[in-house]
Design a protein around this ligand. Structure first.
Ligand SMILES: *[C@@H]1O[C@H](CO)[C@@H](O)[C@H](O)[C@H]1NC(C)=O
Ligand SMILES: *[C@@H]1O[C@H](CO)[C@@H](O)[C@H](O)[C@H]1NC(C)=O
Ligand SMILES: *[C@@H]1O[C@H](CO)[C@@H](O)[C@H](O)[C@H]1NC(C)=O
Ligand SMILES: *[C@@H]1O[C@H](CO)[C@@H](O)[C@H](O)[C@H]1NC(C)=O
Ligand SMILES: *[C@@H]1O[C@H](CO)[C@@H](O)[C@H](O)[C@H]1NC(C)=O
Length: 951
């Protein structure tokens, strides 16, 4: 052959690629079929995209039934007809319409009821036909599941582009996804799925698929002689490749048989024709140019050359040849085709990568006849190693999506690629296994109906939030079988029935935080159970174990923290021992209802970044780390405390400590919502306290709203209650070790909560805001002198620091007075009191709006708290009681209207409140009651204790 004929062949080959893209000139008519989103009896799925729902039809030529696509797309996309100028009679009905996907990055067709592990041929066809009147040819990406197949580049409006893959489908479904790459709106005209025997196409494995470049039949004389179903039972589309200048046609009317165990099963009608060089002494040549695209610049090609001898050769005739690619043999031995039997020469490993693939089939020296070829298939390799989400998880998510009609971006694989992962879920990615779904937040999503059993298939889920929906029915017990589930939030639904036994058990062993509040019909304990509708014996069997479990759970909780919630101020004087006895058996309900507060959520660093918008807004900076503003998925505002990295704390200790902290709940302790230990990043996530620190409110240059005396007293009481809980409610007692006004936070209602408790234990820190190095923890001005000497913190160290806080509340001064050479606030108060002028120490901003008796009492309490000897300091329980009396003083005072803060008659029955009628004007001189003397006495003593040191 001459070089010019080579060029012509090349030109033909490229034309063939083009022909591939303008195929299917088949006229279709036929009966209307019901829409069927399932394979037919042959296992075929044949979809005509963009026709109206319920308007399927049978294609006359292929006899295949085409179904509309609405059952495959979850309602995404819009239907269009191609523009009339392209709707010529020769265009198959299938191309008259299409579905386009203007919204969303990824749009998918889900093909179901497949056999996992089987090979499937998946074919998508695209004809633009200026359907949108924009005359802009789009380019977009096509994926099979999570594997990139090809970039669909529509290069002409009247051509039908065909893309085909042969892959092993790992699940009982496969998704075909169009991904918008910003180069035009993705659309699709038709989609086919054909099952293949697993022995076919041995190049296709679980890790490697084939993307069709061309499937050509040699020998037809007309470009319209396309062969597919029913001639090819697998409905492959064989396009004619015609070059009458160089090639002569050989054909037969006989059937060409498959050899045994044929791995390609090229159909007889394709094999019945072949080509041979017109010039009998020449060789057969054809070529193709690599179809390069951005994601696969030079693909690795696989070729299947199909041969069958069509002429009955005389005994002395030999047809023998070799196949060469770019001058090198692709198959070492010479080859003789067999009469009327199909056979193939193919490669398993892709060819070396070339820009041009020149095939020449050369007769051997012994051959008496020129070479022939019947058909060729060329594929490029696509890796199918990018594994999708665990198939159980993915199936469950698709069922959940369908059941609750979730739109959002819930399209395609839930986790892969992570750039297109579904909203509201978190996936874990690992190199050794398929991605798993670890959290799912469907809060406030308008869910109705019952809780889908598919949730119980999400075996790796740790956090499941279905709160604030309209879910009805009962809670499935199977949820307790989710081994990793630690938080299940069902708050704010219409659920009924009782909490299943399995879940109660999980709560009991501390492995699950179940939140179910605000479900009015839910029976959460024996008493309030409304089981009237279903009064039968079963109920007894269900209720009895629950009551038992509730009691067990209560005891388990008491074991850790004696009290979860104070019933009210009246009981404050009850000692913890009493309360334990009194509460455990009868207070089971209350304990139970407080159980869901046991929060224990662990965040990844990535989640923290998302929550805080990359740590954008710093709220404050403390001894242990920086605090950032953040939001949970449900828009709950949180404070994220990212620990400084110089902690010497081991990971295990941190985790243990953090887990403990998440279980401590009291209305006067800042709630910890969760924690994070991700690499060496450690963080704690707290409830957000909108009014900031107490320090901000009482500092002299404060721009926060001013706190009146009564408010200050309440804050003192609430802080004391928080500390008391740490000391008495927790076993062993939790010593705060850093009580100060910046560690007392205020919520929107100005209620005080203690922050940073437990941290001193959790972290060995070393920071300049803290006075000492290894073990000493605290802030200058607040540190218990006894602790300083012994290095042994006690609960009384916290009492000391609290006394300082109380003095700050009274005076509005800092713990150390900067302008007075860092004089201690205790010293400053004492100096003024010794001079007998109480109004001198009271924060001038209060403008006398306070009862002087309660101020006196507060100072008394503060000075008792700050006694040098810890043994003489009151306990926090005492302090709480004293402060309550203080507030009673203030309240009684208020009752007398205008007399407030001037006259006060004591309740003589109350020993602690026995301050006598008391006149502000006399306050500095007249101290009449024993208690007042007691105060005086203490002051004197304290002054003496501290005096020598200070002066
Ligand atoms: C497409 O054309 C058919 C008939 O020609 C018509 O019934 C159908 O409504 C059209 N569809 C759209 C989306 O315009
Ligand atoms: C699409 O095809 C056109 C014409 O062949 C080419 O110029 C363009 O670069 C292709 N676009 C992409 C994204 O492959
Ligand atoms: C095969 O034939 C072609 C064209 O006749 C020739 O250029 C090439 O060298 C031959 N290849 C071999 C390996 O003989
Ligand atoms: C040609 O045929 C002869 C006899 O059949 C054999 O010995 C020889 O190896 C063959 N040559 C080639 C190149 O196949
Ligand atoms: C629940 O349904 C009721 C009535 O159908 C509706 O008023 C209410 O807003 C729904 N609640 C939620 C949380 O969706």
């Amino acid at each position: 052959m001459t070089s010019s004929s080579l060029e012509r062949s090349t030109a033909r080959a490229m034309a063939a690629r083009l022909w591939l893209r303008i195929l299917c000139i088949a006229v279709a008519t036929g009966g209307v079929l019901q829409a069927r989103a399932q394979p037919d009896l042959k296992g075929f799925i044949s979809i005509d995209c963009g026709i109206e729902a319920k308007t399927g039809y049978v294609d006359d030529m292929t006899t295949l039934s085409y179904v509309p696509d609405d059952g495959f797309t979850d309602g995404a996309g819009t239907n269009h007809n191609i523009s009339v100028e392209y709707m010529t009679p020769s265009i198959s009905k299938r191309y008259h319409n299409l579905r386009s996907f203007p919204d969303g990055a990824r749009s998918c067709y889900t093909l179901r009821s497949l056999v996992p592990g089987l090979k499937y041929l998946i074919r998508a066809v695209f004809m633009y036909g200026n359907y949108d009147g924009l005359n802009k040819l789009p380019v977009f990406d096509l994926y099979i599941g999570v594997d990139f197949l090809t970039t669909v580049n529509i290069t002409r409006p009247d051509g039908a582009a065909l893309e085909e893959a042969i892959v092993v489908v790992p699940d009982d479904f496969v998704q075909v996804c169009l991904v918008n790459t910003g180069a035009g709106t993705p659309f699709i005209s038709g989609l086919d799925l054909r099952p293949l025997k697993s022995t076919l196409y041995p190049q296709v494995t679980e890790t490697q698929g084939l993307s069709l470049f061309g499937r050509w039949n040699f020998g037809p004389t007309s470009n319209t002689e396309i062969i597919r179903y029913p001639e090819d039972p697998h409905d492959r589309v064989w396009l004619p490749w015609i070059n009458p200048t160089d090639w002569a046609v050989i054909s037969t009317t006989l059937t060409v048989q498959h050899i045994e165990n044929d791995i390609f099963e090229a159909p007889s009608s394709v094999m019945r024709t072949a080509i041979t060089p017109r010039n009998a002494s020449a060789n057969l040549q054809f070529s193709w140019e690599a179809y390069t695209q951005p994601k696969d610049p030079v693909p690795g090609y696989i070729a299947n050359f199909h041969f069958a001898e069509l002429q009955l050769l005389p005994s002395n005739a030999v047809r023998e040849f070799r196949i060469n690619l770019n001058g090198r043999p692709v198959y070492n031995e010479s080859y003789k085709p067999t009469y009327l039997y199909t056979d193939a020469i193919f490669n398993r490993k892709p060819f070396l990568r070339y820009l041009m693939y020149n095939i020449s089939i050369n007769a051997t020296a012994n051959s008496t006849l020129p070479p022939i070829i019947n058909a060729v298939e060329v594929f490029s390799i696509i890796p199918t190693t990018s594994v999708g989400t665990d198939s159980h998880d993915a199936s469950a998510m698709m069922e959940i999506k369908a059941k609750y009609e979730m739109k959002k971006n819930w399209v395609g694989d839930p986790c892969v690629p992570n750039t297109l992962a579904w909203d509201r879920l978190t996936c874990s990615y690992s190199s050794s296994s398929r991605p798993r779904i670890t959290s799912l937040n469907m809060s406030s999503s308008g869910l109705t109906g019952d809780i889908s059993s598919s949730f119980t298939s999400l075996k790796a889920v740790q956090y499941l939030n279905l709160s604030n929906n309209n879910l009805t029915g009962s809670i499935p017990d199977a949820l307790s079988q989710l081994p990793s589930l630690t938080v299940l939030d069902l708050t704010g639904n219409q659920l009924s029935g009782s909490i299943p036994y399995g879940l109660l058990k999980r709560i009991q062993d501390g492995s699950l935080d179940l939140r179910y509040g605000n479900n009015p019909n839910l029976c959460t304990n024996g008493n309030s159970c409304q089981l009237a509708e279903r009064k039968n014996k079963l109920v007894i069997y269900i209720v009895v174990p629950i009551v038992l479990v509730v009691v067990i759970v209560s005891i388990a909780v008491i074991f850790f923290c004696l009290r979860t919630r104070r019933p009210g101020p009246v009981s404050n004087s009850i000692g913890p021992q009493n309360e334990k006895k009194a509460n455990a058996p009868k207070n089971g309900d209350q304990m139970h209802s407080s159980l869901p507060r046991l929060e224990n959520r662990r965040f990844t660093y990535q989640e923290l970044e998302m929550m805080t918008n990359n740590f954008q807004q710093e709220l404050g900076r403390g001894g242990f780390g920086c605090v950032y503003d953040g939001f949970l998925e449900d828009h709950t505002r949180v404070a994220v405390k990212l620990m400084f990295k110089n902690s010497q704390q081991g990971d295990k200790e941190f985790l243990a400590e953090a887990q403990i902290l998440t279980r401590i709940h009291h209305k006067n302790l800042v709630s910890m919502i969760g924690y994070s230990k991700d690499g060496d990043n450690m963080a704690l996530v707290y409830e957000y306290m909108p009014e900031g620190t107490l320090h901000e409110h009482i500092a002299e240059n404060s721009n926060r709203r001013f706190l009146p005396w009564r408010q200050r007293l309440l804050i003192a009481l609430e802080s004391a209650q928080g500390l008391e809980y740490l000391h008495k409610g927790c076993n062993p007692p939790l010593i705060h070790r850093d009580v100060k006004t910046t560690n007392i936070l205020l919520n929107a209602m100005l209620e005080a909560k203690i922050a940073d408790f437990g941290l001193s234990k959790a972290f060995n820190q070393n920071n300049d805001t803290h006075v000492s190095t290894n073990t000493l923890v605290g802030t200058p001005g607040y540190v218990d002198p006894e602790y300083l000497m012994t290095m042994q913190p006690t609960t009384k160290s916290d009492v000391y620091s609290f006394g300082i806080v109380l003095l700050e509340l009274v005076t509005g001064k800092s713990a150390l007075l900067k302008d007075l050479d860092n004089t201690s606030i205790i010293q400053w108060v004492e100096q003024h009191l010794v001079r007998g002028n109480i109004e001198d120490v009271v924060d001038a901003r209060m403008h006398g709006d306070h009862d002087i008796n309660s101020v006196w009492k507060a100072i008394d309490i503060a000075l008792k708290c700050t006694m040098q000897e810890s043994a003489r300091r009151p306990t926090m329980t005492d302090v709480v009681a004293l402060l309550q009396e203080c507030i009673e003083l203030e309240n009684k005072c208020s009752k007398y209207g205008n007399m407030t803060s001037h006259f006060y008659t004591t309740n003589s029955e109350n020993h602690h409140s026995s301050y006598n009628m008391y006149n502000v004007d006399q306050s500095t001189n007249v101290i009449q009651s024993d208690d007042a003397f007691e105060v005086r006495h203490d002051i004197a003593r304290v002054s003496m204790d501290i005096g020598p040191v200070a002066r």
